[in-house]
Design a protein around this ligand. Structure first.
Ligand SMILES: Cc1ncc(COP(=O)(O)O)c(C=O)c1O
Length: 414
């Protein structure tokens, strides 16, 4: 239920049109299942902080060094978020919680470490990387000299290929991390490759950050020079970004965020990040993260047993990538069928995908949001069977009842 549901809601009274849209989104989320790997459902406490009055406050600068008066609360909130972030990612030497998003965090890092027109190396989008790692359509591919590595025939990062590219291109920054890469990344090996070429290692953990914070999969803290993340995926916080940096580069990073690429921070989002980090420090979050991983492994097992192909043949994190290339169906078609059944999934290119990005031959599935609803093995088995049925061309209407029953039995947490 949203606050707009309450008859005394100021939004409902003052702007029924927007209130109606937001109520509709509430119904959409509660009446369907989110298997989009980059989404989650944050808590009511996070949403309350994000919608709080501190949204009015300008606080350009950093705690105790602001360009505006009246920032004592913003200082306290930002410092709390920073301290919790460094507790959560133990070993991080500095935290910048101001980036408005993962993309702006990445731009700030690359501008700080590579400089204008500097050389960078990252993973290609169609191999599982992210646009902001040097893709030609992203400013990171226009403002820097970017080269990109792919994956091997099994969908895994080929460290020899990364080493070869780094030797050849001599980048200032090597990027490790991606949006649809479902296997562990050997950060120590990446660091060694970067070191051989005198480059800095930048790890983008936007996707698996929550699993790393909970210690259920290995992460790059203490290995990479800089780590960025979003706060809204497996970390289950508000929409936003964060940068964790080693002390020797953190000054550069901080001035690249402000004044380099942003003005006033979104203090309401920083407050909500502090709440989410506080939640992630609790033992329940570790159990949650473990369940996200267990659910993804079981989803992968069940899909494989039904005869579907998976990129890399399984998963080490929350992402399962279905490879539809051998079947007479596209990612786009399955995405549409899934929506009709009440499942939000996303089409996604698989490595070597012959189809265009708006069509694709893959599906990216993630277990973070359904695990927040309380899903375990039985529910994942039902979801897997629905996905297999949809891929095989069965009528989505057939599954609507199953999905509705699951939504009702596992409501969104308030
Ligand atoms: C690895 C990675 N980095 C960065 C981002 C960008 O985050 P945002 O959408 O907040 O800009 C994403 C988003 O999906 C991502 O997967």
């Amino acid at each position: 239920m949203s606050t707009a549901d309450s008859p005394s809601s100021p939004l409902r009274q003052k702007d029924p049109e927007v209130a109606a849209w937001l109520q509709r989104e509430d119904r959409r989320q509660s009446g369907s299942l989110t298997l989009i790997a980059s989404e989650n459902h944050c808590s009511a406490a996070v949403r309350e902080a994000s919608g709080s009055r501190i949204t009015d406050k300008y606080a350009e600068g950093y705690p105790n060094k602001r360009y505006y008066g009246g920032c004592e609360v913003a200082d306290g909130v930002e410092e709390l978020a920073r301290q919790r972030a460094m507790q959560l990612f133990a070993g991080a030497e500095d935290a910048n919680v101001q980036p408005h998003s993962g993309t702006t965090a990445n731009l700030s890092v690359l501008m700080a470490l590579a400089g204008p027109n500097g050389r960078i190396v990252g993973m290609a989008l169609n191999a599982g990387g992210h646009l902001s790692h040097g893709h030609g359509k992203s400013h990171t591919g226009m403002m820097f000299q970017a080269k990109q590595y792919g994956v091997d025939g099994h969908g895994r990062i080929d460290l020899d290929e990364v080493r070869r590219l780094v030797k050849e291109h001599q980048p200032k920054v090597l990027i490790a991390g991606g949006s649809s890469y479902c296997r562990h990344i050997d950060y120590a090996a990446f660091a060694a490759i970067a070191k051989e070429a005198g480059a800095l290692l930048f790890a983008d953990i936007a996707h698996p950050a929550g699993l790393m914070a909970a210690g259920v999969i290995p992460g790059p803290i203490g290995i990479a020079d800089v780590v960025t993340t979003t706060t809204h995926k497996t970390l289950r916080g508000p929409r936003g970004g964060m940068i964790l940096a080693k002390k020797d580069v953190s000054k550069l990073i901080n001035s690249s965020v402000f004044p380099g690429s942003q003005g006033g921070p979104l203090v309401q989002q920083i407050a909500a990040k502090a709440v989410a980090f506080g939640e992630a420090l609790r033992p329940e979050f570790k159990a949650y993260a473990q369940q996200v991983k267990t659910n993804a492994a079981f989803l992968a097992e069940r899909l494989l047993a039904s005869g579907l192909d998976l990129v890399t043949g399984g998963t080490d994190n929350h992402i399962v990538m279905v490879d539809l290339r051998k079947l007479d169906v596209t990612g786009q078609q399955v995405e549409e069928r899934a929506l009709a059944a009440g499942l939000a999934v996303n089409k996604n290119a698989v490595p070597g995908d012959p189809r265009p990005p708006m069509v694709t031959s893959g599906l990216r599935l993630g277990t973070a949001a359904v695990t927040t609803r309380g899903f375990g093995r039985d529910q994942i088995a039902q979801v897997a069977d629905v996905i297999v049925g949809l891929v095989r061309g069965q009528d989505p209407e057939r599954f609507r009842g199953t999905i509705t029953a699951l939504c009702e039995a596992f409501p969104l947490p308030q």
